[in-house]
Design a protein around this ligand. Structure first.
Ligand SMILES: [Zn+2]
Length: 80
């Protein structure tokens, strides 16, 4: 499997540093919507609907990647 090589681990790291912040941004945005009815992504990118939509799609894809890779990356889940 790809992650068994040094290069594979670097790729996983790079991927993680993209998908993890994106997922956190998406989750925090939902929190802001729930708490304050404030959509940060929409506030920042609302004037660029295509880009706003792209962020939502990237957040969703990132969460899917995290779901797929989480068990190998997580010290807690890895022991289960
Ligand atoms: Zn975990």
């Amino acid at each position: 499997m790809i992650r068994n090589t040094r290069e594979g681990v670097m790729k996983m790291k790079n991927l993680h540093f993209i998908v993890f912040p994106l997922t956190v941004i998406g989750a925090l945005n939902w929190g802001l919507i729930g708490l304050f009815n404030y959509n940060l992504v929409s506030s920042l990118l609302g004037s660029l609907p295509g880009l706003e939509k792209l962020v939502y799609i990237l957040v969703g894809v990132s969460a899917a990647v995290l779901v797929a890779t989480h068990k190998n990356d997580c010290k807690v889940c890895g022991k289960m």
